[in-house]
Design a protein around this ligand. Sequence first.
Ligand code: IPD
Ligand code: CA
Length: 258
Amino acid sequence: MNDLVALAAALARRAGGIALEGRRGGDLGATTKSSPTDIVTLYDRMCEETIVTGLADARPHDAVVGEEGTSRPGTSGIEWHIDPIDGTANYFFGLPTWAVSIGACDAEGPLAGAVYLPVLDEMFTASRGGGAFLNGAPIAPRDVRSLPDALLATGFGYDPAAREAHGRTVANMVGHVRDIRRLGAASVDMCFVACGRLDAYVEGGLNSWDIMAARLVLTEAGCVVTDYAGGPVTPEEVIAAAPAIHGPLVALRARAAS
Ligand code: IPD
Ligand code: CA
């Protein structure tokens, strides 16, 4: 398992370095994908290529799924889910909170993962049963006990109707928490909950590559992560929180959405 974490971290660092260098160089070759607000750059594709090549060299029998189109079957029972740049809009605008997210899973769930923030040079890592770390030091959520004390993060996908619906839900939640943040990268939001920089996170309509690594960082740090009903988390519905406020947050979101 340690080998998988080390590989994820090494490839995340390598890809992050390429993206950072590209950002300094000027033209990002940006175009749009699923909607006019869904940006993709030359470096999203270049970073995915770097990670996929690295995985093929080190783990030729593993399956790989990537946001920018990779879908490689495998025979080992291990699958990698990669987002070469999570928070591409932040990357494009020069905001610091974007990350390379690389997670591996098997039939039992997430196995190992790394989320690397190149601008901050912060590497979040986790392995199943092995704990969660930020730059090698163990992390834990903040000891928050009530929703009015909790700093909540959220995010909006690219579908305009889904955004508006989630915006209404969030508007109904903001009066019941300390405040709300929208940092712009799902994996970063989740890792920041895991290390106590945020207390909770709620977002829907994500993809496996957005959450595979970060959900393991969350659970290994001692947070609770579920779907909107409190059942097993899916990319479609994510509620992550420090343990004492998770139940109340599930209830608040349900009331806010109804
Ligand atoms: C997006 C970011 C954003 C979240 C979106 C994601 P991308 O990923 O994580 O914070 O709100 O749902 O799609 O497109 O920048 O890789
Ligand atoms: Ca991405």
